[in-house]
Design a protein around this ligand. Structure first.
Ligand code: ATP
Length: 313
C-alpha cells in the first residue's frame, strides 16, 4: 500500500554561518500520525519546523508538504501552525482575533467552535494582551486550528499551560489525528511525547538520531536501570568499576540500621545489564531486591544524546 506523504524532507541542510542547524535530514510523515520532535536546545527543531512552513528555505535538499512547496500548502490553508514566539496582536479581543483567523482561512471552522475547542469561550471578550501565559498559548492553539488543515505543526505547544489545559489540549490533538490529520509537535516534555506521540523523532545537531515509537526508542537506547539493596558495607570504587556502568547512585535505605551506614540502596545505569549484574555477583556481594528495568523515554533520550556527544569532537 502506498501512503500519502504529508511532509517530505530529502537531504535537507540549513546553515546559519558556521552552524549546521539542519544537516542532511531525510524524513517522511504520513496522515494520521502524531509525531513528537525531540532534541536538546539548539538541535534544530525550530529550524526544521520553519523549513516545513516555508518560513526558511533549505540551502540544499528539498522540502515538500502535501506534494507542493511548503508556502503553497500554507497559503492553501492546508497547514495550521502554533509557533513558540508567535506574537499576538495587541488591543484586540480573543474573539476578534479568532474571527480574523477564520476569515483568512480558506477552509475555516465556525468561530464559536474554534473558541470552544481551545477552551476560550468564557474569555472571548478579553483583550489578548491582557491574558496569562497559558491563556495566550490557548489562543495560539485556536489560531492553529481555525480551519480544516491536513497538517498541524506545534512548537512547544503546552509551555505555560496548567494540567487541565494540557489534558484538554492533547485530547483535542488526538481527535485531530483520529480524523486523519498529521500532528507534528516539538517539545521538551518527554512524558508528553511518550504518552501522546505514535512516532518520536530525536534530533541532535540537525541530524536524526532516532526515529520510531517511544517503545522502540527506549529499547534502542540499549541501556537498563539496575537497582538493589546491600546490607553489608560496600566499597564504592568497586561498584564504579563494574563493566558497562554509565551512572551510579548510592543512597541510605532509611532505617535505623542505615544510620550506621551499613544498608545502601544502589542504582546503576548500564549499557549491558547482563554483564554488569554478572560482574556484580563476582564481587562477592549479596544484592537484595535486585531489579533490572528498561529506561523511561527521558532517560533513553539522555543516554542517546550523551552517547552521540561523547562520539563527537
Ligand atoms: N536566525 C539564526 N541565526 C543564527 N543561528 C541560528 C538562528 N536560528 C537558529 N540558529 C542556530 O541554529 C541551531 C539550531 O537552532 P534551533 O532554534 O533550530 O534549535 P531548537 O532545537 O529549536 O532549540 P531549542 O530547543 O533551544 O528551541 C542553534 O545552534 C542555533 O543557535
Amino acid at each position: 500500500m502506498t501512503r500519502t506523504t504529508v511532509v517530505g524532507f530529502d537531504q535537507v541542510t540549513k546553515r546559519y554561518g558556521d552552524v549546521r542547524a539542519v544537516d542532511g535530514l531525510t524524513l517522511d510523515l504520513h496522515p494520521g500520525q502524531t509525531v513528537a520532535l525531540l532534541g536538546p536546545n539548539g538541535a534544530g527543531k525550530s529550524t526544521t519546523l520553519d523549513l516545513l512552513l516555508g518560513l526558511r528555505r533549505p540551502d540544499t535538499g528539498t522540502v515538500r508538504v502535501l506534494g507542493t512547496e511548503p508556502r503553497e500548502a500554507v497559503v492553501a490553508g492546508r497547514v495550521g501552525a502554533m509557533l513558540q514566539s508567535g506574537g499576538l496582536m495587541d488591543e484586540v479581543t480573543v474573539a476578534e482575533l479568532v474571527r480574523l483567523a477564520c476569515a483568512l482561512h480558506p477552509r475555516a471552522h465556525p468561530v464559536a467552535e474554534v473558541l470552544a475547542r481551545a477552551g476560550l469561550t468564557t474569555i472571548a471578550d478579553r483583550r489578548v494582551d491582557k491574558l496569562s501565559g497559558g491563556q495566550a498559548q490557548r489562543v495560539r492553539f485556536a489560531l492553529a486550528t481555525a480551519g480544516d488543515s491536513d497538517l498541524i505543526v506545534l512548537d512547544e505547544p503546552t509551555t505555560g499551560m496548567d494540567v487541565t489545559a494540557r489534558r484538554a489540549f492533547w485530547a483535542t490533538m488526538r481527535e485531530q489525528a483520529d480524523q486523519g490529520r498529521t500532528v507534528l509537535f516539538a517539545t521538551h516534555y518527554l512524558e508528553e511525547a511518550d504518552a501522546i506521540a505514535d512516532r518520536v523523532l530525536v534530533l541532535h545537531r540537525g541530524r536524526l538520531l532516532a526515529d520510531g515509537t517511544a517503545a522502540e526508542i527506549k529499547a534502542g537506547a540499549g541501556a537498563r536501570r539496575i537497582s538493589f539493596d546491600l546490607d553489608a558495607p560496600v566499597d564504592e570504587a568497586s561498584l564504579r568499576a563494574l563493566p558497562h556502568l554509565t551512572s551510579l547512585t548510592l543512597s541510605d535505605g532509611g532505617s535505623a540500621a542505615d544510620a550506621a551506614g551499613s544498608r545502601r540502596t544502589v542504582r546503576i545505569q548500564s549499557a549491558d545489564a547482563d554483564a554488569t549484574v554478572h560482574a556484580l555477583y563476582g564481587l562477592g556481594l549479596h544484592p537484595r531486591n535486585l531489579e533490572v528495568a528498561g529506561l523511561g523515554l527521558e532517560q533513553a533520550f539522555v543516554a542517546l544524546t550523551a552517547a552521540e556527544e561523547a562520539g563527537q569532537p
